[in-house]
Design a protein around this ligand. Sequence first.
Ligand SMILES: [Zn+2]
Length: 223
Amino acid sequence: MSKFYIYLFNFIIGSIIGSHLLVVVQRFETENFISSTSHCDSCKIPLTLLNQIPIFSFIKYKGHCFFCKTTIPIETFYCELLGGIAFLPLNPYTDQFSYLLVTFIFLISIFDYFDQSFPLSTILPLIWIITFSSPKLSYDFIEWMLIIIVISVFLLMNLKNKLGLGDTLIFIILIFYYNFYIAQYIFLIASIFLFLLYVINHEKRPLPFIPFIFLSITFYNFV
Ligand SMILES: [Zn+2]
């Protein structure tokens, strides 16, 4: 497959997954999100295939339901677009695990965005991924000490409510999936993104951090 088709394939798959992850989060405790058909949340009319094309359908119907004209949340569009962008740099030949990692970090990000927390069960697929993606743990003694100190600082921040426990769990997962240095790099970039948003938007309320980790992983995959 030429590079163009890989990008196209990735973008389409990513936008479809992004759109479904949002549905999973919205229906997590109320409906069966696996077997129930796609429908409008307002009129409950099942969507036709044409109404389900990510990004395209949202733009074509200007963010409204085709049947009842109810406004569809803008988050739908963002999730489809972000999913497409996040999948874009992935390599289907050499790194299939990254598709799973990006998918589940994205899922946790959407939970975190809406609820400022996420169900602990969503961590389980990530643990499965790091178990099977042959984690790289060849550190020397000093490095192990450094890792323990950094994680202890994170846990201390959790205790003081400066950081969510979920963020620490994601950090540990990233250490196993990538390595200690890349995990720190991803957290640093995520913090810069968060800081920029505070400066640009004059945000006062505390923001969920995992969406920024997700953006940072996407950034890392591109560069
Ligand atoms: Zn409708």
